[in-house]
Ligand binder design. Structure first.
Ligand SMILES: NC(=O)c1ccc[n+]([C@@H]2O[C@H](COP(=O)([O-])OP(=O)(O)OC[C@H]3O[C@@H](n4cnc5c(N)ncnc54)[C@H](OP(=O)(O)O)[C@@H]3O)[C@@H](O)[C@H]2O)c1
Length: 314
């Protein structure tokens, strides 16, 4: 068992710890919970933090970084551009940096491909600000040094291909939901072919299916937790992962990865093929939304899903 967190290299040459702490707390807003979680994570050895303007907790994350006394340059800090801010990218990053209390971020991500009006309504892809226009502004930030790397989140092969048609800087990261029930194999191959690191969000599937016998068996054989197995699988397939945890014992376990055998990996790779398993675990795939996500249909998003975030069997 190794407790030294492995790292990946971005196409810029920057080093990113393979495991970070995710700061979506289930509710929007600044809180002592976030301060405590991030401080604990930094004390335990995490050096990679994932937040977003949308989470409303950048001030708490900044407070935790300052109170940790860990030099800024030792921490890989990611934040994200909200849909409402696609038309004013630089102002949005300035605002995030002010809240975080930092002079630069290590990674700035376009949170979702769709631009939103202030009332939350999504613009169609061909209406300004288009993703190509937003990306041009992201490229300017990269060139200015305020964002040491830039990337996207929730992009499919379809939306990435559209973005790349006009990009002069290839996104360094695509952050997407992926875990054994949603392995996203083709998307990960596409990203790797384009030197884009994939960061797995909800990497332990929100711990919703960790009691699956296949996962429990591997965990038991290695005397580790199911979450450690899922995170070890994520890193072994070349993706960074950002599990969220407020519990000290979970935080400690989650950065301690294990070697998986080819048989273990095969069992995890096959998990989504069990009936009813191939699906998202995220709440924004509610069947009530009728096969759309934040105003775009799955077709526009390029996601092979039906209502409820289920991936249909071919
Ligand atoms: N880009 C995007 O659109 C997007 C969307 C969703 C999420 N994210 C990012 O990804 C991060 C993680 O995703 P997530 O929070 O959805 O899911 P997750 O990390 O897969 O699961 C979090 C849940 O698992 C529990 N947990 C963590 N470690 C555990 C362990 N070792 N044993 C048992 N339970 C454990 C946590 O509870 P405790 O706190 O009690 O440990 C929490 O309830 C977010 O915080 C956010 O930064 C990004």
């Amino acid at each position: 068992m190794t407790s030294i967190v492995p790292t990946f290299k971005l196409s810029t040459g920057a080093v990113i710890p393979a495991i970070g702490v995710g700061c979506w707390m289930g509710v929007v807003g600044e809180s002592q919970r976030v301060v405590d979680m991030v401080k604990s994570a930094l004390r335990i050895g995490y050096r990679h933090i994932d937040t977003a303007s949308n989470y409303g907790n950048e001030e708490s994350v900044g407070q935790a970084i300052r109170e940790s006394m860990i030099p800024r340059e030792e921490i890989f800090l990611t934040t994200k551009l909200t849909g409402e801010d696609h038309g004013h990218v630089e102002e949005a990053l300035n605002c995030s940096m002010r809240k975080l209390g930092v002079q630069y971020v290590d990674l700035f991500l376009v949170h979702w491909p769709q631009a939103l009006l202030d009332n939350g309504e999504a613009l169609p892809p061909d209406q300004s600000p288009t993703i190509q226009e937003t990306w041009r502004d992201m490229e300017k930030l990269f060139n200015s040094g305020k964002a040491r790397a830039i990337g996207v989140s929730n992009f499919s092969i379809k939306t990435l291909t559209k973005l790349l048609e006009h990009a002069s800087v290839v996104p360094m990261v695509n952050q997407v939901e992926t875990h054994p029930c949603l392995p996203q194999v083709k998307l990960i191959e596409y990203c790797h072919a384009n030197k884009i690191l994939v960061t797995a969000y909800s990497p332990i599937g929100k711990h919703k299916y960790a009691t699956d016998p296949a996962i429990m068996e591997i965990a038991r054989s290695k005397r580790v937790t199911e979450a450690q197995i899922l995170l070890s699988w994520a890193v072994a397939r070349g993706t960074a992962a950002i599990p969220k945890s407020e519990k000290i014992e979970h935080l400690e376990r989650n950065i301690t990865l294990v070697q998986l055998t080819p048989e273990d990996k095969h069992a995890l790779n096959m998990l989504h093929e069990k009936p009813g398993m191939h699906r998202s675990v995220c709440g924004f795939h509610s069947p009530a939304l009728g096969g759309s996500c934040f105003g775009w249909t799955y077709d526009l998003l390029g996601w092979d899903m039906i209502e409820g975030g289920i991936v249909p069997t071919k």
